[in-house]
Ligand binder design. Sequence first.
Ligand SMILES: C[S@@+](CC[C@H](N)C(=O)[O-])C[C@H]1O[C@@H](n2cnc3c(N)ncnc32)[C@H](O)[C@@H]1O
Length: 134
Amino acid sequence: MGSRRAQPASGRVDAQPRRRRRRAARRALVVGSGLGDDAEHVASLGFDTLAFDVSPTAIANIARTVAPGGTLLVISGAREEGEPVDDPPPWPLTPAEIDAFAAGALRMVGLEKRHNPDFPRARFWRAEYGRPAV
Ligand SMILES: C[S@@+](CC[C@H](N)C(=O)[O-])C[C@H]1O[C@@H](n2cnc3c(N)ncnc32)[C@H](O)[C@@H]1O
């Protein structure tokens, strides 16, 4: 995702013996992903990784990690401005929140709002942001 490569916040994943990781269950959820170091590490191990964070600041700062010429893809639940959230996180993003990723050098280059026909109330953003190459 970004140009930054840091160590995961802890050795939690590496502490798990490799032989116990079954191919049949290669999905991971990173709660409190911050800038995404743990999520990148877990994904690099081959897990289909979903990461979220409750902090808008943490999420917005992810935009700063995109390399020149790179792309940030955000796929998230969607809700209207002021629409209440009843469920625990991850919360669907409002239009203002999805716009907020276009900060600094990042520009939104695509935005789609999709509906899941199986769950009519469920709405999703697919937003793409680009950082120009220098
Ligand atoms: C120590 S940082 C995590 C660092 C991150 N895992 C990484 O790879 O760099 C803890 C993060 O947990 C988030 N957090 C705290 N409570 C949370 C909650 N209830 N749901 C989601 N994220 C939460 C904070 O916003 C913060 O970004």
